[in-house]
Design a protein around this ligand. Sequence first.
Ligand code: GDP
Ligand code: IMO
Ligand code: MG
Length: 427
Amino acid sequence: MEYMPVRIIIGAQWGDEGKGKIVDRLSAESSYVVRYQGGANAGHTLKFDDKTIVLHLIPSGMFNGNAKCVIGNGVVIDPIALVEEIEEVKTLDVDLKDRLYISSSAHVILPYHKVLDQVKEKSRGKDAIGTTGRGIGPAYVSKVSRVGIRMSDLLNEELLEHKVQSNLSDINNALEHVYGHNHLDAKKMIADLKPVIEAIKPFICNTTELLHDALENGESVLLEGAQGSLLDVDHGTYPYVTSSSPTAGGACTGSGIPPTAITHSLGITKAYCTRVGNGPFPTELDDSAGEKLRKNGQEFGATTGRPRRCGWLDLVALKYAVRLNGMNELALTKLDVLDDFKEISVCTHYELDGKRTDIFPLDSHEVEKLKPVYKTFPGWLQSTRDISDFNNLPEKAREYIKFVEDFIGVSFTIVSTGPKRSETIIR
Ligand code: GDP
Ligand code: IMO
Ligand code: MG
């Protein structure tokens, strides 16, 4: 069978690479936009027509064209957060009928998952992961340990009550006796859910079949990753990761789209690196250059408002992400953030225990010990904002981009020079 473009869009770093912006830009040419993992830990920012929108659960394809937006089975959904987001989208004159589809197999985040996330983080003390506190880890634990509640269960009142009560009896035990937290009331939780369920009911359906039909009809699909490759539960800097698989395989399991249907893997990378939360970050800068990246790039979390840690672009880590996801296209975002830097560095390899290495270690303790080795470029010292033709970028910027492309072996098909939809170069 021949498929139309089915493109996975994956963060190549630790999240916040500008996936939302790129998905919004590309969605006009797509029939479907699908979120496949993560939950409201994601914050995807869209800017167009002087509007700024931050989406956490709804796919970023809602505002540019008429793509059907699907929340796939691999996502963990906080129904309360979802209804808030639905209301916000409605205020922007978007009619969600025939635009939003929620998988009946997606798992539900309940208030107890958020409480567990928070008490567990607190009890970890200095070893805390720095989660977003959105209940993501505990919700995936419920799913994998087969006590999860799925969207379809929300439509069966009796079953829902039974499941919430049975889960809470276990969880309350832990909350009271291990974490010294007060117990949570099942009846109240179910009562609070009722109006929320009414609001989302019309959107719950079999999205697997919807997507299979779409593939057979030759429709084009964007699979919108959340988080990033280095936050992947298997391939990231474990345990300082999220609890899902943002990498390419996760797009298949989290949507029901088979691997043979995927035609493109588009990696998104900033022209530098950021990380929010704890865990190793080899190129992190604690100096004025790091401060300047944060200031120029407005690097504060879209979900939690936390300042993001900043550092130079890490080409070893980027190459790892490219190989991990079979990325055959790359988008470079936030190039403009480097506009006023006299010098710009990229990490080309590391030193580990005094020896050169070109490999991103799988063990976080080793990642912690890496010393980055840099190649430094002269800055272009002029604005790249609003440039829409690649050839009009300053020569030094093009040289920098060319070096990265040659190093990684994949071309930048998209270069982003500002947060707005229009500030995008498509080559
Ligand atoms: P996501 O989680 O990958 O969707 O990224 P976020 O929305 O969390 O963070 C990216 C931030 O950078 C947002 O505030 C975007 O508006 C902004 N942004 C995206 N692309 C560019 C760009 O090319 N230049 C600048 N200056 N900002 C950008
Ligand atoms: P988007 O989709 C950046 C980080 C958290 C923490 C770790 C685990 O906007 O790129 P979790 O709440 O998932 O259990 O937290 O992962 N994290 C993100 N960092 N961007 C995100 O999403 C993130 N989602 C989670 O800060 O370090
Ligand atoms: Mg984000």
